[in-house]
Design a protein around this ligand. Structure first.
Ligand code: URA
Length: 239
């Protein structure tokens, strides 16, 4: 939509008043003053008029390094949620894209872009999710092959055959194996259940990436930041 039309539809004044104020730099689109009323405003852009946000809700894309011990929910009467880790002004109408278990750490995307979130999670999309894990026992080439073939899971949470997944052995620490797992779906407790199906227990799990978005190594557990323009573009291309 044109900027002048958007401003007049939001009650910012008559066309001529808006034109005059625009020349003085009263409107900003995504933080940049725009003086030409015929400028097309991109969908979801943040538009301010004399410093006040006026265009709908700006779309927000946030990455959080989720720490262990908080639940992936928008609110909970008793337990700390991932939303409690965001600055209060950022919480409104945001929701996490998918979920990580309470004891899982790492990358969690949080947005108010509902359609994009749904597309990333759609079962047919097969967006890569990469996890690093510590697993009790010796993970070997046998498990690598079984993950690649597609494991049959049948446990208390239900039965399904996992899509082929990549399992990479990173090293050993006493009785633990360090591994990297790439899955392309997001069933409940999926990584833990895949190892459990082979008689192995995941004792530590951290998500490293989701599609093109890689957890920023600068973020300590509990910290987050907005996605960059490049990351948002990559995410939209994937979704
Ligand atoms: N798989 C799991 O088992 N748990 C998570 O939190 C994410 C993937």
């Amino acid at each position: 939509m044109r900027l002048d039309r958007l401003l007049s539809e939001n009650g910012c004044g008559t066309r001529s008043e808006i034109k005059k104020e625009l020349k003085k730099g009263a409107a900003c689109v995504n933080g940049v003053p725009v003086r030409d009323g015929s400028t097309q405003v991109p969908e979801g852009a943040s538009v301010t008029w004399h410093g006040e946000e006026i265009a709908g809700e700006a779309l927000v894309y946030y990455m959080l390094n989720k720490p262990a011990g908080v639940i992936t929910a928008t609110r909970d009467p008793r337990q700390k949620t991932v939303m409690d880790l965001l600055p209060p002004r950022r919480r409104k109408d945001l929701y996490p894209v998918g979920r990580l278990d309470r004891d899982t750490e790492g990358l969690l995307l949080i947005t108010n872009d509902g359609p994009l979130g749904h597309r990333l999670l759609a079962p047919g999309r097969h967006v890569d999710k990469v996890y690093e894990a510590r697993v009790r026992g010796a993970v070997s080439e046998r498990e690598v092959l079984l993950f690649r073939e597609g494991l049959a899971i049948d446990d208390a949470d239900g039965a399904f055959t996992a899509r082929p997944a990549d399992l990479e052995i990173l090293g050993r620490e006493e009785d633990l194996s360090r591994v990297r797992v790439t899955i392309r779906e997001g069933k409940y407790h999926q990584v833990k259940r895949m190892f459990a199906a082979l008689g192995m227990e995941v004792v530590y799990l951290k998500r490293i990436s989701m599609g093109p978005i890689v957890l920023d190594a600068q973020l300590a557990p509990g910290e987050g930041r907005q996605l960059t323009e490049e990351e948002i573009t990559a995410l939209k291309a994937q979704g």
